[in-house]
Design a protein around this ligand. Structure first.
Ligand code: NAD
Ligand code: 44H
Length: 389
């Protein structure tokens, strides 16, 4: 019998996708967020609408049976709700997980249910749930006596979540426009007592092929379109994809990552090609007003070691493959500086202005100077530094 699912982050993917599947599986969804106005809107609404848009037209559904807690003021309520919940999910952004670890740890410590809590982080990050678990079990957040019996109180599953949910217009209230495609893969191996019943999840034994395929195909192509688009003054991703040069850049980047996905995992070249074709058509969807600045947001995260550019490029360079297109994408990401509302883009500009190229390259990408990718990235850092002096 489904009960309560606590979801941290009532934003685009939280309201637009995770809550949808939890709701359809019979859970009451309790959103936890920190934005006063959003919390009020959720608590004043009985339902909101999700609309899928694509070439086949529009399809809408109503989401009901939810409420929200503001963790800025009502942490006790958050902890009490988690103590009696079945599932905790989050989609707050990888860098925000450190702020939600303590209430989850306290909720686990206060468990009143005998079945362990299922914890699934839904962030675009390799092994996001493992990272969240590490934060939850940090001695600052969890006492040793709770940690000792953790397996009886909570179980954890890594996940790869894929659905494009753009930033919604200001007048949309809680309603969300999304694409029809979705895939949510969750690893079973941490759920010793059985995984939760959530409709639509694809349960897998080993998540690595799924998360690498997703991050290094969907997000690599998306980010390539976003950074090239932004630097050409183009507003949306579908407009960027309508530019023949940018479309070509996206294809070339995906040809490179395909070598890694098919070479490393049990995914044939034909399967990967089909996957690529689907992605290209998804990100070209003219019905989704997805802006380049959303998709390019947080460039420091996106340039980091295991992320959508350096992650595949480093592994390909180690295997002797060409990574020219991915490196051109990195250059465009380096040029995503001082973008309004994006703190990381301001920090990126400062790093590139204040540090010698060698130091900046290592700081931004985590690559050591002896890595086969390092010199190629260093050249781009030098180029961008000299252009933005
Ligand atoms: N939008 C997509 O297409 C999509 C798809 C797959 C995965 N994701 C991933 O999901 C995550 C969220 O993305 P999004 O697009 O929904 O972003 P978003 O900005 O729309 O939503 C994030 C929400 O988290 C809330 N938040 C911030 N700090 C918080 C805190 N301390 N406690 C609780 N809530 C807090 C914000 O107020 C916001 O409502 C990211 O990791 C993203 O990579 C997004
Ligand atoms: O959410 P980010 O910042 O990691 O990446 C931006 C987009 O590429 C991303 O949100 C996609 O829309 C999503 O990953 C599709 O499943």
């Amino acid at each position: 019998m489904p009960g309560v699912a606590v979801h941290f982050g009532g934003g685009n993917i939280g309201r637009g996708f995770i809550a949808e599947l939890l709701h359809e599986s019979g859970f009451e969804v309790v959103f936890v967020d920190v934005v006063d106005d959003l919390i009020d809107r959720i608590n004043n609404a009985k339902s909101y609408k999700i609309t899928e848009v694509g070439a086949d037209g529009e399809k809408s559904k109503e989401i009901t049976n939810f409420r929200a807690i503001n963790s800025k003021y009502n942490m006790d309520d958050v902890v009490k709700t988690i103590a009696d919940a079945d599932v905790v999910t989050c989609a707050v952004g990888p860098n925000v997980m450190k702020f939600i670890a303590k209430p989850i740890a306290d909720g686990i410590a206060a468990r009143t249910k005998s079945k362990p809590l299922a914890v699934i982080a839904c962030e675009n990050m390799i092994n996001a749930t493992d990272a969240l678990k590490e934060l939850i079990t940090d001695p600052k957040n969890m006492k040793p006596e709770v940690l000792k019996d953790l397996d009886k109180k909570a179980e954890f599953g890594n996940s790869a979540i894929d659905r494009i949910v753009p930033t919604q217009p200001a007048d949309a209230n809680l309603d969300v426009v999304i694409e029809s495609f979705y895939e949510w893969c969750v690893e079973t191996k941490g759920f010793y007592s059985g995984h939760p019943d959530i409709n639509g999840i694809h349960w897998v034994g080993d998540l690595e092929p799924y998360i690498e395929r997703k991050l290094y195909t969907v997000n690599t192509s998306h980010a390539t379109a976003a950074y090239f688009g932004y630097n050409k003054g183009i507003k949306t991703i579908h407009e960027a994809m309508a530019d023949p040069d940018i479309k070509q850049e996206v294809h070339e980047a995906l040809e490179e990552t395909a070598h890694l996905i098919s070479g490393k995992h049990d995914i044939t070249e034909e399967e990967q090609q089909k996957y690529v074709d689907t992605i290209v058509s998804r990100i070209s969807n003219p019905h989704l007003e997805d802006v380049c600045v959303r998709v390019g947001r947080a460039p420091l995260r996106k340039l980091s070691r295991n992320e959508r550019f350096i992650g595949p490029a480093a592994q390909l360079a180690e295997r002797g493959y060409d990574v020219t297109a991915l490196v051109r994408g990195v250059e465009m990401a380096l040029r995503f500086q001082n973008v309004e509302g994006d703190d990381e883009s301001v920090e990126l500009a400062k790093i590139l202005k204040s540090m010698p190229a060698e130091e900046a390259t290592t700081k931004l990408t985590g690559l050591d100077p002896d890595h086969p990718l390092y010199a190629k990235i260093l050249d781009k850092v030098k180029l961008v530094q000299s252009d933005t002096k």
